[in-house]
Design a protein around this ligand. Structure first.
Ligand code: SF4
Length: 206
C-alpha cells in the first residue's frame, strides 16, 4: 500500500495558477532544496505542521465538477511524492479536470513518468546550471533541473518557464545568459517574476 499524498495546504479557487483556467491548488508537503528566496518555508520539511487528507480534497473536487476547470499540484516540490502524485493526477483526470504541476524539476527521472498525466506544467528555471547551488543550497541541482526542463520541452506538453529574480541572487548578465541557454533548449519565452521579499527563507534577503 502506497503512502498517502502529504498535503500542507489547499486553495479551492484561483485564476492565476493555471493560465486561462479556473483551478484549485494542492500544496504538496516537502522539498529537497532550500532556496534562499523561498517564501513557502513551511512546505519544505517532509512532514509539516498542517496536514490535509487527499480523500477530503477529492470529495470537495467531486462537488466542483462543472465549476472548476483544473487542479494544480504545487508545493513544496510535488515530484518528491511522485507515486502518490501519479495516483492523484489520475483521480483528478477521472473527475474530468485538467491537471497542472508546478515544479522546480529536481528529479527528471520522477518527472518523466508523470508527464503523460499532465496537461500543463509551470517550471522554475532558477538560474544557469552552474549557479544553482548558490540559490538552492543543493550541489548538482542545476544539472538535474535543466535535464527536467529538456524533458518537459521534448514532451510537447503545454508549459510555462519562469525565473524569479532577486537582485542579490541573479544579476542582469546572468539573466541574459539564462535566457540564451533557455532558448537553446527551445524555451522561447521566459517569464520573469520579481521576488516577493517579505517572506524569504534567508532573512538577509528580506
Ligand atoms: S524549490 Fe520551491 S519550494 Fe523548494 S525551496 Fe525552492 S522555492 Fe522553496
Amino acid at each position: 500500500m502506497q503512502d498517502p499524498l502529504r498535503i500542507g495546504g489547499f486553495t479551492p479557487l484561483t485564476t492565476i495558477d493555471y493560465p486561462g483556467e479556473l483551478a484549485a491548488v494542492v500544496f504538496c508537503q516537502g522539498c529537497p532544496w532550500r532556496c534562499r528566496y523561498c517564501h513557502n518555508g513551511h512546505l519544505i520539511p517532509a512532514r509539516g505542521m498542517k496536514s490535509l487528507a487527499w480523500g477530503n480534497i477529492l470529495r470537495f473536487l467531486e462537488r466542483r465538477r462543472g465549476l472548476l476547470d483544473a487542479v494544480v499540484f504545487s508545493g513544496g516540490e510535488p515530484t518528491l511524492q511522485s507515486r502518490p502524485l501519479l495516483t492523484a493526477l489520475r483521480e483528478v483526470r477521472a473527475l474530468g479536470f485538467k491537471t497542472g504541476l508546478h515544479t522546480a524539476g529536481p528529479w527528471p527521472e520522477r518527472l518523466e513518468p508523470l508527464l503523460p498525466e499532465l496537461d500543463w506544467v509551470g517550471m522554475d528555471l532558477k538560474t544557469i546550471p552552474d549557479d544553482y547551488p548558490r540559490i538552492t543550497g543543493a550541489p548538482g541541482s542545476g544539472v538535474r533541473a535543466w535535464q527536467s526542463a529538456r524533458l518537459l520541452r521534448e514532451s510537447g506538453i503545454q508549459s510555462e518557464f519562469r525565473v524569479t529574480v532577486h537582485p542579490g541572487l541573479i544579476d542582469e548578465a546572468t539573466l541574459r545568459e539564462l535566457e540564451e541557454q533557455a532558448l537553446r533548449i527551445g524555451v522561447e519565452h521566459l517569464v520573469v517574476q520579481r521576488c516577493v521579499t517579505e517572506y524569504c527563507l534567508d532573512e538577509g534577503l528580506r
